[in-house]
Ligand binder design. Structure first.
Ligand code: ADP
Ligand code: MG
Length: 996
């Protein structure tokens, strides 16, 4: 093998170095070259290829044999820098295989391996990584040919010293780490004998350089080695101490860091707790403030309430005292009171007697009055004549009416003949009689209405004769309607104590035989019809009945009816009513004494004009109106005639007018007719017609013509009437007196009862007040209790507040503790920095030690060189030395000592070295294992794994050294320190990395 080849063993970097497991292996990055027969090949196998033996070829290549397992691969690619036998690299065995050589002679051989990547020509690295073992000893670890030389390039591993055991078998096995192993050629060479290195020794006595044998040289070296080993041991011990210190520092730093972390955690927890506490404290503070405010507010309120209550209690106590006194007084006055009650009771009994008597008298009076009215006639006719108006006077019309016997109820009418025609009525008013005179005779009917009789007052006559004037009148001269109602309310008011009256008013109009409600707000399309509800009671369903309480309301109602009345214009009168205006006053009476209730009606009718049709120029609608009016008036006459003749059939239903007045005409009902006439000669015929109608009415009912025949009877009747009148008057007086006395008694009784009631009520009120005061007292006591409870609660809350203040104090203390912790943390950091400083110093010291070791190695080499020189000198001077002094006795012991030392050849120094190395390694491994236990980071773990692999290699290396020591002890001893130191240095560097 040529040394000129590019050697990579010396200049190999850490990468390649890590692949080689033995120290003296060589990697050559070129192909096999001819060595002029220097190399004595025992065997050369062309792996994956056939046997080649050319004439000019000095090497006899055997075809692929001795293998077990695997496949063949070959390439035609040119092997770059393939040397003299590039074909060797064009074939290879790959896969799971090994080579087993047998029948080799016992001793040492050199093994060479040839590789070339011919499969993965484009890489990448680590596609094929494998280990190679020789005799179960790893010589190549994680071997990657492509990574070293690339594809299609040769790579030789040379000088693998192999000891062939007695069985002559050498096994080379390949184990893939990633991908399959591959080999191109394997050769076995004879191993040259190792040269014996001798050292020159300077004699201690003569200082001359003495030649000693290699054995002696070895002894000398052993001494030096022992020295160095000692030193190394010391240094190792120092290093160990340092590393221990470092470890301790690191551990303390770790523990400090842990403590720091714990403290941080604790600090964070405390901070969190503090924040929570602050929050709760704030919330509590807010609540407390609110509670305090509420408490203050309620306190003020309760104080004011208490003050008020105290005052009230005082006042109530005073009142209570007064009431007690009054109660005593009342209790004292109780007998008088009882007497009074008895008196009152007797009075009440008397009063009731008087009431019953009064009621009896009232009924008697009523009957008598009714009798009187009946005597007067149920239908009475009063004649009223309108004076000549301006127009008539200016026209020069003469008066055709004579009032000479008006007081006797006689009216004379000049009909153009020589004698005047006499008409007799119940009353004849002259033209000078005013409205009050007219009403004076009509007013007794009002009493009849209030007594429960139906009454009908109507005005009949030609248009413009004063019907409306008599019935309604003007605002200055009120008519019968207004005055009747006025009287009605007056009497009803007077009888208030005895009777309860309910008065309502309806205003109707009969126009063209149709009933119209003049009080209706909107005219309804529904036709109003007359219905008979009860026996003898007719009414118009749906008609407005305006309830009236006083005369003002009545006047308003009348105005509404008047405005709504249909008014037509004729040639006779500017305002001539063409309809019957009917005012119906409903009186519902309730006798408070007897409990009797009555319902009566008062009809006040302003009839339409009774003038004949021929007198008007009415046509069309006006004609129809006139016809209807005349028809209804003649129906009225017919009804009255039927009543007079006591006919079984009274034709009420011939007209709406008579139908409406049905229950007020005939029977117990009382009727009054004002026959209105004109004094003018121009209206003579109509006047005559009206007077005839009226006479017919009056004559039929009273039958005076028949009575007038027997004057004695009439006189008797008049006498009885006078008597009855007198009786009535006396009865009235007595009844009034009785009423007065009853009223006074009743008022007295009422006053007494009222007093009694008020006193009882006062008593009750006082009792209730006393009760309420007691309750108030109870409630105030309860409130006091509640307030005291609230005060207790607030005190409790105040205590809580104090507790929260204590908590705040604790928080402060914790803060100070945290600060102390921070301070201690700073101190520890400082310590760590100091320790790191010390560590650096120790590193520096280590470097110094390394330097010293190197120096010592340098010295050792020098010594070796010297010993070599000395050996040469010794060889040359051996003959002289022997001849000069053969009996030199001092050498023997030295030789003997050397031989003695030979008897223990290299074992001691090697064992010491190994022990030192092992102790160092063990210490470091222990620490690393401790480190691993200490939750190391992943990166740190990786570093540790690499350390572990290194450690394995180192262990393997020691094994190899151990084995090699049997074959090449000297070489091993020479190389070991160097390797050991370099390895230990690298390990120390790694150890530093981990610590960092
Ligand atoms: P009628 O209703 O019958 O058509 P009125 O009542 O309208 O008649 O009267 C017509 C006119 O005669 C009115 O101006 C009225 O003032 C007047 N008049 C009627 N009677 C009298 C009387 N007794 N005294 C004075 N004037 C009267
Ligand atoms: Mg009129």
């Amino acid at each position: 093998m040529l040394e000129g080849d590019m050697m990579v063993t010396d200049s190999i970097n850490d990468f390649f170095d890590s692949m080689l497991c033995l120290p003296d292996l060589r990697l050559v990055k070129s192909g096999l070259k001819t060595t002029n027969g220097q190399d004595d090949y025992l065997l050369f196998v062309n792996a994956g290829g056939g046997s080649i033996h050319a004439k000019d070829c000095q090497i006899n290549f055997k075809g692929d044999s001795f293998f077990e397992g695997g496949e063949i691969i070959q390439t035609s690619e040119i092997i770059v820098d393939g040397g003299d036998y590039s074909f060797l690299y064009q074939s290879a065995r790959y896969g799971n295989f090994c080579y087993k050589f047998s029948d080799l002679s016992c001793g040492e051989v050199l093994l060479d391996l040839h590789f070339a990547e011919i499969v993965y020509t484009n890489g990448p690295k680590e596609m094929r990584v494998f280990d190679v073992f020789v005799q179960d000893e790893k010589i190549l670890s994680d071997f990657d040919v492509y990574a070293i030389v690339g594809a299609n390039k040769p790579l030789q591993l040379l000088d693998v010293r192999v000891f062939v055991p007695d069985n002559g078998v050498v096994v080379v096995s390949f184990e893939g780490r990633s991908g399959t192993p591959m080999v191109s050629g394997i050769s076995l060479r004879k191993a040259p004998k190792l040269p014996v290195i001798s050292q020159p020794i300077i004699c201690n006595n003569c200082a001359s350089v003495q030649e000693i044998s290699s054995i002696q040289n070895r002894g000398q070296n052993a001494k030096f080695l022992a020295k160095y080993e000692k030193k190394i041991q010391e240094l190792t011990a120092q290093c160990k101490a340092m590393s221990d210190e470092c470890h301790e520092a690191w551990m303390s730093q770790k523990t400090t860091n842990d403590q720091l972390e714990e403290l941080k955690m604790e600090f964070n927890n405390k901070l969190f707790q503090t924040e929570n506490l602050e929050l709760t404290v704030e919330l509590q503070m807010v609540k407390l403030r609110n509670v305090t405010q509420m408490y203050e507010h309620s306190q003020k309120k309760w104080i004011t309430a208490m003050v008020g209550l105290d005052e009230k209690v005082k006042v109530m106590k005073q009142e209570h005292l007064q009431l007690c006194l009054e109660a005593h007084d009342w209790a004292d006055a109780a007998p008088d009171f009882n007497k009074m009650i008895i008196a009152v009771q007797t009075l009440v009994v008397q009063c009731n007697d008087l009431k019953s008597k009064y009621a009896e008298e009232m009924t008697k009076r009523k009957n008598l009055f009714n009798l009187l009215q009946e005597i007067k006639g149920n239908i009475r006719v009063f004649c009223r004549c309108r004076p000549l108006n301006r127009r008539e006077i200016s026209s020069g019309y003469a008066t055709v009416v004579d009032f000479e016997a008006a007081k006797d109820g006689e009216l004379g009418l000049f009909t153009g003949g020589p004698t005047k025609k006499i008409f007799k009525f119940d009353r004849v008013y002259t033209m000078n009689d005013d409205q009050s005179d007219v009403y004076a005779d009509a007013s007794p009917l009002v009493i009849s209405v209030l007594d429960g009789y139906n009454v009908c007052i109507f005005a009949y006559g030609q248009t413009g004769t004063g019907k409306t004037f008599t019935m309604e009148g003007t605002e200055q001269e009120r008519g019968v309607n207004y005055r009747t109602l006025e009287e009605l309310f007056k009497i009803a008011g007077g009888r208030k104590e005895m009777c309860d009256y309910n008065i309502s008013v309806s205003v109707l109009e009969v126009y063209n035989e149709q009933i119209r409600d003049l009080l209706a707000i909107s005219p309804s399309s529904k036709k109003l019809e007359i219905k008979q509800a009860l026996e003898g009671f007719h009414h118009v369903p749906g008609i407005v009945e305006a309830k009236v309480e006083n005369i003002e309301e009545v006047w308003n109602v009348l105005k509404v009816g008047r405005n709504a009345r249909a008014v037509g214009s004729t040639s006779l009168n500017e305002f001539s009513s063409r309809s019957h205006c009917m005012l119906c006053i409903m009186v519902r009476a309730m006798n408070l004494v007897t409990g009797e209730s009555t319902q009566s009606k008062l009809w006040l009718v302003d009839l339409a004009g009774s003038e004949r049709l021929t007198k008007t120029d009415a046509q069309g609608d006006r004609l129809k109106e006139a016809q209807n009016i005349n028809r209804s008036l003649s129906a009225l006459g017919d009804v009255i005639s039927a009543l007079a003749s006591k006919s079984s059939h009274v034709p009420y239903r011939n007209s709406k007018l008579t139908h409406l007045l049905q229950d007020s005409l005939g029977g117990d009902a009382k009727a009054l007719m004002f026959v209105q006439i004109s004094a003018s000669e121009n209206d003579l015929s109509e006047t005559l017609s009206s007077l005839n109608f009226a006479s017919r009415v009056r004559g039929i009912n009273l039958g005076p013509s028949r009575k007038q025949v027997d004057t004695s009877e009439l006189m008797k009747l008049k006498m009885t009437i006078d008597k009855l009148r007198q009786e009535c008057k006396t009865k009235d007086v007595s009844s009034r007196k009785l009423e007065d006395s009853i009223q006074s008694l009743e008022s007295k009784v009422r006053a007494k009862e009222h007093m009694c009631r008020t006193l009882q009520e006062k008593n009750k009120e006082l009792e209730a007040q006393v009760e309420s005061k007691r309750e108030l007292q109870f409630s105030s006591e309860r409130q006091n209790m509640q307030l005291s409870e609230k005060v207790k609660e607030l005190e409790h809350k105040l205590k809580e507040q104090e507790h929260s203040e204590n908590l705040q104090q604790k928080i402060k203390e914790l803060d100070s503790k945290v600060k102390e912790h921070e301070f201690s943390e700073l101190i520890t950091q400082q310590k760590v920095q100091d320790l790191s400083m010390k560590l650096r110093e120790s590193h520096q010291f280590e470097c110094l030690l390394e330097q010293k070791v190197k120096d010592l190695e340098e010295k050792l080499r020098k010594e070796e060189l010297k010993s070599a020189c000395m050996e040469r000198i010794a060889n040359s001077a051996e003959k002289k030395f022997l001849s000069k002094d053969e009996s030199n006795g001092e050498i023997d012991p030295r030789v003997l000592r050397s031989s003695n030392s030979i008897n223990q050849p290299m074992e001691v120094p090697i064992s010491i070295l190994l022990k030192a190395e092992k102790t160092l390694q063990n210490a470091k491994i222990e620490r690393k294992s401790e480190d691993v236990e200490g939750n190391m980071a992943v990166g740190e773990k990786k570093v540790l794994i690499s350390c572990e692999t290194n450690r394995k290699r180192k262990i393997d290396q020691t094994k190899t050294l151990g084995r090699l020591s049997r074959t090449s002890k000297a070489a091993a001893t020479q190389r070991f320190p160097k390797v050991g130191t370099t390895k230990s240095n690298s390990r120390q560097q790694e150890q530093r990395k981990i610590i960092r």
